[in-house]
Design a protein. Structure first.
Length: 311
């Protein structure tokens, strides 16, 4: 019998982004590959990067800005092995129901250099092209819950919020102004990462981890009841209908083949170049190692999953 390899995989937040990895764990798909994987919640994407670099974890689920910044500034060798879910929405306070009403308004930003800040900076470039003028940034909180509360109090006109908090905010009268899927950012700015050094020394373990994750992504996409149950449990959502709405709003755009999305990373680097000039000329391919997903794709593994288990 093959030996079991014990691993630790970290994730950045309890939102929907870590869903496929937790589903993979709970469905026993890591164990199916001979991997005993313990998933742990860390302090945001920066915490995941730190843990990957010091060997505390072997794989991490995180959004891209922290990983890109580590590579640009510190020479980190972290790369994305897969893509993932990272659904984000620009939501308005009660009373603002469409994007045109946001002219002259205030968008909150986290101020931690993470995904929220990247998307706010993207919007400040994009909104004038859509006729929305005079929008300003106002520093706020890294907590999605705090962002929702600021909207409800009318302290800010719009915030970027991710499910499941976004679903709760909508029930309290907030409106969806922008789904970042419109710009190709719905599942393109995050995924499973590891260090090149670890991959080089543990290629077969990495191959098994990615294989399990790809099968877990299939389970996430095709088994709504199981996914909702897992999402509700690990996110601590008391209302099952919120977990159901989270699944329904994020699942349509999820790809069957979870490649890292190089073009989205290129966009992220361009946005970051205002802060880090060398990002403008950085090759996004240096942050990606997609050969394990490609093996599963070209070998027919992914197609067989969907032939057996729906679309």
């Amino acid at each position: 019998m093959d030996s079991v390899h014990s691993l630790v995989a970290g994730f950045a937040t309890i939102g929907q982004g870590a869903g496929p990895m937790i589903v993979t764990e709970q469905a026993g798909l890591f164990a199916k590959q001979g991997l005993a994987v313990k998933t742990v919640l860390l302090k945001g994407a920066v915490g995941v990067v730190r843990a990957l670099r010091n060997g505390e974890i072997q794989f991490g689920n995180l959004a891209s800005p922290a990983l890109l910044r580590a590579g640009l500034l510190d020479g980190s060798d972290l790369v994305y092995l897969t893509g993932g879910i990272n659904q984000q929405f620009l939501m308005s306070r009660p009373g603002i129901e469409n994007l045109q009403q946001l002219s002259g308004g205030k968008i909150g930003f986290a101020g931690d250099g993470g995904l929220n800040d990247l998307l706010v900076n993207f919007l400040l470039e994009q909104l004038p092209k859509e006729g929305i003028q005079g929008v300003s940034m106002v520093p706020g909180s890294v907590s999605t819950k705090d962002r929702s509360e600021r909207l409800m109090k009318g302290e800010i006109d719009a915030e970027i919020i991710t499910p499941p908090e976004a679903m709760e905010a909508r029930r309290q009268g907030c409106s969806f102004l922008i789904d970042f899927a419109k710009y190709g950012f719905n599942f393109a700015l995050g995924g499973i990462a590891a260090s090149r050094a670890y991959i080089r020394e543990n290629e077969e373990i990495t191959r098994k981890f990615v294989r399990a994750y790809v099968e877990g992504m299939h389970r996430y996409r095709t088994d709504r009841d199981f996914t909702v149950q897992v999402q509700q449990e690990y996110s601590g959502i008391p209302d099952r209908s919120i977990a159901e709405e989270t699944f329904d709003i994020t699942s349509p755009g999820m790809p069957q083949k979870p490649y890292p999305v190089v073009e989205a990373l290129r966009k992220a680097l361009q946005i970051m170049s205002r802060e880090i000039p060398r990002a403008a000329t950085a090759d996004p391919g240096m942050f990606v190692d997609d050969r394990f997903v490609r093996e599963l794709d070209e070998g027919g593994f992914i197609a067989q999953l969907y032939e057996r288990g729906g679309k």
